[in-house]
Design a protein around this ligand. Structure first.
Ligand code: MD3
Ligand code: FE
Length: 221
Protein backbone atom coordinates (compact mmCIF):
# COMPACT_ATOMS: atom_id res chain seq x y z
CA UNK A 1 0.00 0.00 0.00
CA UNK A 2 1.25 3.50 -0.77
CA UNK A 3 -0.05 7.02 -1.14
CA UNK A 4 -2.82 8.58 0.94
CA UNK A 5 -4.35 5.20 1.92
CA UNK A 6 -1.11 4.03 3.55
CA UNK A 7 -0.99 7.31 5.49
CA UNK A 8 -4.53 6.74 6.68
CA UNK A 9 -3.87 3.23 8.02
CA UNK A 10 -0.57 4.18 9.61
CA UNK A 11 -2.65 5.72 12.41
CA UNK A 12 -3.22 3.28 15.31
CA UNK A 13 -6.67 4.69 16.01
CA UNK A 14 -7.80 3.57 12.56
CA UNK A 15 -6.71 -0.03 13.10
CA UNK A 16 -9.46 -0.70 15.66
CA UNK A 17 -12.13 -3.21 14.66
CA UNK A 18 -15.09 -1.48 12.98
CA UNK A 19 -17.13 0.56 15.41
CA UNK A 20 -14.58 0.56 18.22
CA UNK A 21 -13.43 4.03 19.26
CA UNK A 22 -10.73 4.49 21.84
CA UNK A 23 -11.55 7.38 24.21
CA UNK A 24 -8.88 6.74 26.85
CA UNK A 25 -5.79 4.63 27.39
CA UNK A 26 -8.03 1.72 28.45
CA UNK A 27 -11.50 2.95 27.45
CA UNK A 28 -13.51 2.14 24.35
CA UNK A 29 -16.86 3.05 22.82
CA UNK A 30 -18.38 0.08 20.99
CA UNK A 31 -20.82 1.83 18.67
CA UNK A 32 -24.17 0.04 18.39
CA UNK A 33 -22.79 -3.04 20.15
CA UNK A 34 -26.03 -3.63 22.11
CA UNK A 35 -28.38 -3.21 19.12
CA UNK A 36 -28.61 -6.95 18.29
CA UNK A 37 -29.44 -7.60 21.97
CA UNK A 38 -32.21 -5.04 22.41
CA UNK A 39 -35.13 -7.41 21.81
CA UNK A 40 -33.87 -9.77 24.55
CA UNK A 41 -32.73 -7.03 26.84
CA UNK A 42 -35.88 -4.88 27.07
CA UNK A 43 -38.23 -7.58 28.45
CA UNK A 44 -35.56 -8.51 31.01
CA UNK A 45 -35.23 -4.87 32.00
CA UNK A 46 -39.00 -4.56 32.34
CA UNK A 47 -39.09 -7.53 34.75
CA UNK A 48 -36.27 -6.06 36.84
CA UNK A 49 -38.00 -2.67 37.06
CA UNK A 50 -41.35 -4.24 38.02
CA UNK A 51 -39.56 -5.73 41.05
CA UNK A 52 -37.35 -2.73 41.91
CA UNK A 53 -38.83 0.41 40.31
CA UNK A 54 -36.87 3.59 39.62
CA UNK A 55 -36.63 5.97 42.55
CA UNK A 56 -34.95 9.33 43.05
CA UNK A 57 -32.29 9.22 45.74
CA UNK A 58 -30.83 11.82 48.07
CA UNK A 59 -27.08 12.42 48.17
CA UNK A 60 -25.15 12.76 51.45
CA UNK A 61 -25.10 16.50 50.71
CA UNK A 62 -28.91 16.59 50.74
CA UNK A 63 -29.50 16.97 47.00
CA UNK A 64 -32.09 14.92 45.13
CA UNK A 65 -30.41 13.26 42.13
CA UNK A 66 -32.09 14.23 38.85
CA UNK A 67 -31.51 10.73 37.46
CA UNK A 68 -33.77 8.04 38.95
CA UNK A 69 -32.01 4.79 39.89
CA UNK A 70 -32.53 1.10 40.34
CA UNK A 71 -30.23 -1.91 40.37
CA UNK A 72 -30.07 -5.61 39.70
CA UNK A 73 -27.50 -8.25 40.55
CA UNK A 74 -26.17 -9.39 43.93
CA UNK A 75 -25.39 -5.80 44.89
CA UNK A 76 -27.27 -2.59 44.25
CA UNK A 77 -26.06 0.96 44.70
CA UNK A 78 -27.91 3.37 46.95
CA UNK A 79 -27.38 6.76 48.48
CA UNK A 80 -29.07 8.62 51.32
CA UNK A 81 -28.09 11.29 53.85
CA UNK A 82 -25.69 8.83 55.52
CA UNK A 83 -23.63 8.09 52.40
CA UNK A 84 -23.18 6.08 49.20
CA UNK A 85 -22.94 2.29 49.39
CA UNK A 86 -23.68 -1.07 47.82
CA UNK A 87 -26.31 -3.23 49.54
CA UNK A 88 -27.70 -6.74 48.99
CA UNK A 89 -31.22 -5.55 49.90
CA UNK A 90 -33.27 -2.96 48.02
CA UNK A 91 -34.10 -0.46 50.79
CA UNK A 92 -37.49 0.29 49.18
CA UNK A 93 -38.80 -3.28 48.75
CA UNK A 94 -36.76 -4.66 51.69
CA UNK A 95 -36.11 -7.63 49.37
CA UNK A 96 -32.90 -8.68 47.58
CA UNK A 97 -32.28 -6.73 44.38
CA UNK A 98 -33.61 -8.55 41.28
CA UNK A 99 -31.17 -11.10 39.87
CA UNK A 100 -28.93 -10.00 36.98
CA UNK A 101 -30.73 -11.34 33.88
CA UNK A 102 -28.80 -13.76 31.67
CA UNK A 103 -28.71 -11.70 28.44
CA UNK A 104 -27.60 -8.57 30.33
CA UNK A 105 -24.80 -10.52 32.00
CA UNK A 106 -23.68 -12.08 28.72
CA UNK A 107 -23.70 -8.75 26.88
CA UNK A 108 -21.55 -7.13 29.58
CA UNK A 109 -19.01 -9.98 29.64
CA UNK A 110 -18.70 -10.01 25.83
CA UNK A 111 -18.30 -6.23 25.63
CA UNK A 112 -15.58 -6.30 28.31
CA UNK A 113 -13.72 -8.96 26.29
CA UNK A 114 -14.05 -6.82 23.17
CA UNK A 115 -12.11 -4.13 25.06
CA UNK A 116 -9.46 -6.54 26.33
CA UNK A 117 -10.83 -7.34 29.82
CA UNK A 118 -11.15 -11.10 30.05
CA UNK A 119 -12.25 -11.95 33.60
CA UNK A 120 -15.19 -9.61 34.00
CA UNK A 121 -17.83 -11.10 36.32
CA UNK A 122 -20.26 -8.29 37.19
CA UNK A 123 -22.10 -8.57 40.52
CA UNK A 124 -23.89 -5.23 40.20
CA UNK A 125 -25.85 -3.49 37.45
CA UNK A 126 -26.94 0.08 38.16
CA UNK A 127 -29.82 1.37 36.10
CA UNK A 128 -30.02 5.12 35.62
CA UNK A 129 -33.05 6.79 34.08
CA UNK A 130 -32.77 10.30 32.70
CA UNK A 131 -35.74 12.34 31.52
CA UNK A 132 -34.98 15.47 29.46
CA UNK A 133 -33.14 17.95 31.70
CA UNK A 134 -31.72 15.27 34.00
CA UNK A 135 -27.93 15.10 34.30
CA UNK A 136 -25.13 13.59 36.30
CA UNK A 137 -22.53 15.94 37.74
CA UNK A 138 -18.82 15.17 37.50
CA UNK A 139 -17.87 12.42 39.97
CA UNK A 140 -15.60 9.42 40.49
CA UNK A 141 -16.91 5.89 41.11
CA UNK A 142 -15.07 4.79 44.24
CA UNK A 143 -17.56 2.58 46.11
CA UNK A 144 -16.42 -0.62 44.41
CA UNK A 145 -14.05 -2.83 46.37
CA UNK A 146 -11.62 -3.35 43.47
CA UNK A 147 -10.64 -0.80 40.87
CA UNK A 148 -8.87 -3.38 38.71
CA UNK A 149 -12.15 -4.47 37.08
CA UNK A 150 -13.63 -2.38 34.30
CA UNK A 151 -17.08 -0.74 34.22
CA UNK A 152 -19.29 -1.55 31.22
CA UNK A 153 -22.11 0.82 30.30
CA UNK A 154 -25.01 0.38 27.88
CA UNK A 155 -26.87 3.46 26.61
CA UNK A 156 -30.54 3.17 25.63
CA UNK A 157 -33.01 5.75 24.33
CA UNK A 158 -32.31 9.48 23.98
CA UNK A 159 -28.73 10.51 23.19
CA UNK A 160 -26.42 11.94 25.85
CA UNK A 161 -23.20 13.89 25.99
CA UNK A 162 -20.84 12.00 28.25
CA UNK A 163 -18.14 14.04 30.00
CA UNK A 164 -14.82 12.29 30.46
CA UNK A 165 -12.40 14.15 32.68
CA UNK A 166 -9.09 13.33 34.29
CA UNK A 167 -7.98 12.32 37.76
CA UNK A 168 -8.53 15.80 39.20
CA UNK A 169 -11.93 17.46 39.21
CA UNK A 170 -10.43 20.52 37.55
CA UNK A 171 -8.87 18.55 34.64
CA UNK A 172 -10.09 19.31 31.14
CA UNK A 173 -13.09 17.18 30.07
CA UNK A 174 -13.58 15.42 26.77
CA UNK A 175 -17.17 15.23 25.41
CA UNK A 176 -18.37 11.97 23.88
CA UNK A 177 -21.87 11.62 22.39
CA UNK A 178 -23.55 8.35 23.30
CA UNK A 179 -26.49 6.92 21.37
CA UNK A 180 -29.05 4.13 21.72
CA UNK A 181 -27.19 0.81 21.64
CA UNK A 182 -23.71 2.18 22.31
CA UNK A 183 -21.61 0.30 24.85
CA UNK A 184 -18.66 1.85 26.67
CA UNK A 185 -15.96 0.00 28.57
CA UNK A 186 -13.75 1.86 31.06
CA UNK A 187 -10.93 0.12 32.84
CA UNK A 188 -7.41 0.10 34.17
CA UNK A 189 -5.82 3.51 34.36
CA UNK A 190 -9.10 5.19 33.32
CA UNK A 191 -11.22 3.60 36.02
CA UNK A 192 -11.01 6.48 38.51
CA UNK A 193 -11.32 9.34 36.06
CA UNK A 194 -13.98 11.97 36.76
CA UNK A 195 -17.05 11.64 34.54
CA UNK A 196 -20.59 12.91 34.17
CA UNK A 197 -23.49 13.46 31.78
CA UNK A 198 -24.76 16.81 30.45
CA UNK A 199 -28.51 17.55 30.80
CA UNK A 200 -30.42 15.34 28.37
CA UNK A 201 -32.05 17.27 25.52
CA UNK A 202 -35.82 17.18 24.96
CA UNK A 203 -36.86 14.42 22.62
CA UNK A 204 -38.70 11.17 22.15
CA UNK A 205 -36.84 8.01 21.19
CA UNK A 206 -38.87 5.77 18.83
CA UNK A 207 -38.30 2.64 20.94
CA UNK A 208 -37.68 4.03 24.44
CA UNK A 209 -39.87 7.15 24.53
CA UNK A 210 -38.88 10.43 26.22
CA UNK A 211 -36.00 9.08 28.32
CA UNK A 212 -32.47 7.73 28.41
CA UNK A 213 -31.69 4.58 30.36
CA UNK A 214 -28.09 3.71 31.16
CA UNK A 215 -27.00 0.35 32.53
CA UNK A 216 -23.62 0.13 34.25
CA UNK A 217 -22.15 -3.24 35.08
CA UNK A 218 -19.54 -3.42 37.81
CA UNK A 219 -17.60 -5.77 40.01
CA UNK A 220 -18.51 -4.10 43.28
CA UNK A 221 -18.05 -6.75 45.97
C1 MD3 B 1 -16.05 6.31 33.53
N1 MD3 B 1 -23.33 6.86 34.86
O1 MD3 B 1 -23.74 5.42 37.11
S1 MD3 B 1 -21.81 5.91 32.15
C2 MD3 B 1 -22.71 6.13 37.07
O2 MD3 B 1 -24.45 7.60 31.66
C3 MD3 B 1 -22.47 6.97 35.88
O3 MD3 B 1 -25.50 7.08 33.46
C4 MD3 B 1 -23.26 7.67 33.67
O4 MD3 B 1 -21.55 7.71 35.87
C5 MD3 B 1 -24.49 7.42 32.86
O5 MD3 B 1 -21.88 6.15 37.97
C6 MD3 B 1 -22.01 7.48 32.89
C7 MD3 B 1 -20.86 5.02 33.26
C8 MD3 B 1 -19.54 5.16 33.86
C9 MD3 B 1 -19.45 4.49 35.04
C10 MD3 B 1 -18.26 4.44 35.71
C11 MD3 B 1 -17.13 5.04 35.20
C12 MD3 B 1 -18.43 5.77 33.33
C13 MD3 B 1 -17.20 5.72 34.00
C14 MD3 B 1 -15.91 4.96 35.89
C15 MD3 B 1 -14.78 5.54 35.39
C16 MD3 B 1 -14.84 6.23 34.20
FE1 FE C 1 -20.19 7.16 37.56
Amino acid sequence: MSGPTAELFADDALQQPAGREQIGEQSYVLRGYALPWIERLLPELRRVLAQSPFRQMVTPGGFIMSAALSSCGELGWTTDRTGYRYTTIDPNSQQPWPALPEALHQLAVMAAEEAGFNDFEPDACLINRYVPGAKMSLHQDKNERHYTAPVVSVSLGLPAVFLFGGHERSDKVQKVSLFHGDVVVWGGVDRLRFHGVLPIKEGVHPQMGPQRINLTFRMAG
